[in-house]
Design a protein around this ligand. Structure first.
Ligand SMILES: C[S@@+](CC[C@H](N)C(=O)[O-])C[C@H]1O[C@@H](n2cnc3c(N)ncnc32)[C@H](O)[C@@H]1O
Length: 427
């Protein structure tokens, strides 16, 4: 814990108590593509102190005990202690500029108010909020990057305003409710990393009635894609290598290239139809159990004749005002999980012709690239589709039981009279 005495930080207390506990394996953090190593020698207790600071607030829902901090979580937080991951995120100008614009756009909700930055990293969003006039910002991060955030805050003479708490948002304690929650929680395919659960926890513990959450909502999309260059480069290549027939490598090449989801950049030209909404998230109302498993049925009609190589996934987030704001009616821009092609009025929204529309951070193929790129699930073998041919099936994304930071993907698809199933894990 840093800053003002009296703010408790479950993380360090528990850390000391359990310093001799055994380590288990870590996970891999996709951003930056590095393999996480387990931090040396400690684990946070399964027995957490957890209560509301404002005991007489009837509006708050009954809280379940937070999920224990596992060794996988520790490995996850450890991966965020590396400077490279923060450099990559901060240098993503689409991301960082949109957050800053959203903060400035909501200045009237932030000025003179109390803010919590869930997962503050280097503290950049906390500092933007302080610059927007926040009275106090609680900058919470369980990773050791919080140590750096504290130094950055001091170096910018903001220690009076920004209180850096080094601990899990599930474990730290503060003595007041907050007017605003800001967080950059989105993982690949939106839900990978499972950080949204921590924003829900912060919301239910501390957000005042009518308070502001930035971003306010998020949408995950999927669409069928064609990508001959990628397929030729990884697979067809083996048919003729320096004049040698290496077709014996084909099966292995397909397995190695396409077993897991790939984080790559595609363009609008790769996309065969309008996208389908897999999941819409309203950050004001979403509950933990909705995130354990997300299922949808989809039906596309290819707009052209092409080899179908798989599906692309991307997301956008919107920065709307709080629930009781007259400027915001919280109607999602797109319906959730509809089974037909959900025509993407979101694309028009992103252009934001009307400044009264919500600010949007988009990771769509037709928009400027971000560090999230797009996530591709490739088939092992392409399917030749004709114009107007139907591609349909279902998708289930579920948190891995072993490590909820990982995501199990169950994809069923059929086209041209044949059906297929692909299981993969994003780890
Ligand atoms: C995607 S980074 C964003 C960092 C920073 N807000 C920014 O925008 O540059 C997410 C951060 O949240 C932290 N984090 C994730 N879950 C957390 C939790 N439950 N409690 C505290 N920090 C958490 C991670 O350690 C990481 O530093």
């Amino acid at each position: 814990m840093y800053g003002i005495t009296g703010y408790s930080n479950g993380y360090h207390q528990n850390q000391q108590q359990h310093s001799s506990e055994e380590k288990r394996g870590g996970g891999r953090r996709r951003r930056g593509g590095r393999r996480s190593r387990h931090p040396p020698g400690f684990r946070v207790s399964d027995h957490h102190h957890y209560h509301y600071n404002n005991d007489d607030d009837d509006d708050k829902q009954e809280q379940k005990a937070p999920l224990p901090c596992t060794d996988f979580d520790m490995a996850y937080f450890h991966s965020y202690a590396h400077v490279g991951i923060h450099e990559e995120m901060i240098k993503d100008r689409v991301r960082t500029d949109t957050y800053r614009a959203a903060i400035m756009e909501h200045q009237s909700f932030i000025e003179g108010k109390v803010v919590m930055d869930v997962g503050c990293g280097t503290g950049i969003l906390s500092i933007f909020c302080a610059q927007a006039g926040a009275k106090r910002v609680y900058a919470v991060d369980a990773s050791d990057i919080a140590l750096q955030a504290n130094e950055v805050v001091k170096a910018n003479n903001l220690a009076e305003k920004i209180i850096v708490l080094h601990g899990r948002v599930e474990d730290v304690e503060i003595d007041e409710e907050v007017d605003v929650i800001i967080s950059e929680w989105m993982g690949y395919m939106l839900l990978y990393e499972s950080m949204l659960g921590s924003v829900i926890t912060a919301r239910d513990r501390w957000l005042k009635h009518g308070g502001l959450i930035l971003p306010s909502n998020a949408t995950l999309y999927m669409a069928p894609i064609t990508h001959p260059d990628r397929y030729n480069d990884s697979i067809e290549f083996w048919r003729n290598v320096y004049g040698i027939d290496m077709s014996a490598m084909l099966q292995l090449a397909k397995q190695c290239a396409f077993e897991e989801p790939c984080v790559e950049t595609i363009t609008g030209e790769n996309v065969l139809t309008w996208p389908h909404v897999v999941k819409h998230v309203d950050c004001y109302t979403i509950q933990h159990d909705e995130l354990e498993s997300v299922s949808t049925r989809y039906k596309f009609q290819s707009m052209m004749r092409a080899p179908l190589h798989g599906f692309a996934f991307w997301f956008d987030v919107e920065f709307n005002g709080p629930t009781n704001s007259p400027t915001n009616n919280h109607i999602p821009s797109l319906l959730t999980g509809a089974s037909n092609n959900n025509h993407i009025d979101g694309i028009q929204k992103k252009k934001r012709a009307n400044p009264n529309e919500a600010l949007v951070l988009s990771t769509a193929p037709e928009d400027p690239p971000t560090h999230w790129q797009q996530t591709l699930i490739y088939f092992y073998d392409p399917i030749e589709v004709e114009q107007d041919q139907v591609i349909e099936g279902s998708l289930t994304l579920s948190q891995s039981k072993e490590n909820r930071r990982f995501m199990n993907i169950h994809l069923e698809y059929s086209s041209g009279g044949r059906s297929y199933v692909k299981e993969s894990v994003m780890r």
